[in-house]
Design a protein around this ligand. Structure first.
Ligand SMILES: NC(=O)c1ccc[n+]([C@@H]2O[C@H](COP(=O)([O-])OP(=O)(O)OC[C@H]3O[C@@H](n4cnc5c(N)ncnc54)[C@H](O)[C@@H]3O)[C@@H](O)[C@H]2O)c1
Length: 396
């Protein structure tokens, strides 16, 4: 099949490579000229997709990146994989989804299957995409992406894929598309079910992380190790699922997607109380971390040299979107500390660059990538570890 993918970010490029590997002819369309130039030169920007893989598909003629909107017309399948952020009031911002739908409306004259993989609330495919596109008899399906960047165990191939279509023909065509590179396809009765499943999955994670973050604070105040309690609880073979406490949540998904569910919940008159509280708890974690650092360092960090280790939102990825490290660093500086950070995966961020991991007065470990040495961290006089991986260190 001839496939066009709108958006070549984490999700769009992952699907592009999956589809190219399944023998489809794929065009990755993006409005970002610089990104398209890099992709066309065979340079991948995401973990898990190597330059050589990309170069192979380009050489074989099965993948091309483009900023030319005319590549969309004549496709069998058009996948939408664009950002779905929150606006300044923390409400859903569907402007990128609308822009993608408008691109299809204005440029695609031959019928295609249009699949939305962008995460959004139930009703998005039907009301925000299909209704904006008129005059051509397209098929429409929703298949929310579940990719977990940096996860080497679960990828596009072995993570079960949900499909919900506006019509049985849309579901059948979506199945034919995905079966080439997804082992398990689960059809649900409507796009709304698929869309809601995705945001509920991430809400489940957000709420459980908040619960464990609150529990970590309770355990510390009780003078017991929260992590030891969690390990003990996790020995129960049923009815318990472990989550790890940390400095807060980051990335494009967990801090954002639950607010999409809260938005539609409010519209139908059901207050999403868990989501609101979970947001509050997770957003307060950087302040809790800094409070513990100050206490652990003897009551003041004024004038101390602090290195924050790992500024991406999770280990082994370079993604700094919504990372709690930003707030941790700002709050440490408010306390009078001189703060640098070390993260060779991120390299440069917020106009600052990663500094070598040398001995400091204080090391605060927010994220630990593979290859970062515990010994180098422990060279600092006081270590506060948010990851629970450094033996003997203070932390959460
Ligand atoms: N990153 C993840 O781990 C992940 C996982 C599952 C689902 N999702 C969801 O998938 C969607 C995409 O996320 P992402 O992480 O790939 O975002 P991203 O920011 O990495 O990539 C989005 C791309 O879309 C491009 N774009 C924006 N508007 C466009 C337009 N009108 N036409 C063409 N290209 C356009 C941007 O230039 C960018 O390259 C979001 O809804 C997100 O919530 C993300």
């Amino acid at each position: 099949m001839r496939i066009a993918i709108i958006g070549q970010g984490y999700v769009g490029l992952t699907i592009a490579v999956g589809a190219a590997g399944a023998g489809h002819k794929v065009v990755g369309f993006d409005v970002n000229d610089g990104l398209v130039a890099h992709l066309s030169a065979g340079q991948s920007h995401i973990e898990g997709i190597s330059d050589s893989e990309l170069i192979g598909f380009i050489a074989a003629g099965s993948y091309a990146a483009s900023t030319d909107v005319s590549v969309l017309d004549g496709s069998d399948v058009i996948v939408i994989a664009v950002p779905t952020p929150l606006d300044a009031q923390r409400n859903p911002d569907l402007s990128f989804v609308h822009a993608a739908a408008d691109l299809i409306q204005n440029n695609v004259k031959s019928p295609a299957l249009i699949i939305n993989e962008s995460t959004s609330y139930p009703g998005t495919l039907r009301n925000e995409i299909a209704t904006r596109i008129t005059g051509v008899d397209h098929l429409y399906a929703s298949s929310p992406e579940r990719v977990d960047p940096g996860n080497s165990e679960w990828g596009t191939k072995n993570t079960p894929r949900l499909i919900g279509g506006l019509t049985p023909a849309a579901v059948a065509k979506a199945r034919a598309f995905y079966r080439g590179f997804c082992d398990s396809i689960i059809e649900v009765s409507s796009p709304e079910v698929a869309e809601a499943a995705k945001i509920f999955e991430n809400t489940f994670r957000q709420v459980n992380i908040a619960l464990v973050n609150e529990f970590a604070q309770i355990a510390d105040a009780l003078g017991i190790s929260g992590r030891e309690v969690l390990d003990a609880a996790a020995t129960k073979p049923y009815g318990f699922m472990p989550f790890n406490p940390g400095p807060g949540v980051g990335g494009h998904c967990i801090p954002v997607d639950p607010s999409y569910l809260a938005h539609v919940a409010n519209q139908v008159g059901v207050p999403a109380t868990f989501i609101k509280r979970a947001n509050e708890v997770n957003l307060a974690m950087p302040a809790y971390v800094v409070k513990r650092v100050v206490a652990g360092a003897g009551g003041s960090i004024n004038g101390e040299n602090v290195v924050v280790v790992g500024v991406s939102y999770k280990s082994n990825v370079a993604d700094t979107r919504e990372t709690p490290a930003a707030v941790v660093i700002d709050l440490l500086r408010e306390q009078g500390a001189t703060v640098t950070w070390h993260d060779d995966l991120v390299g440069s961020w917020r106009g600052e660059i990663s500094t070598p991991l040398t001995a400091h007065d204080i090391a605060v470990v927010v994220t630990k990538h593979d290859g970062v040495s515990d010994a180098a961290i422990k060279a600092s006089k006081y270590v506060f570890d948010c990851t629970g991986t450094i033996a003997g260190a203070d932390g959460i």
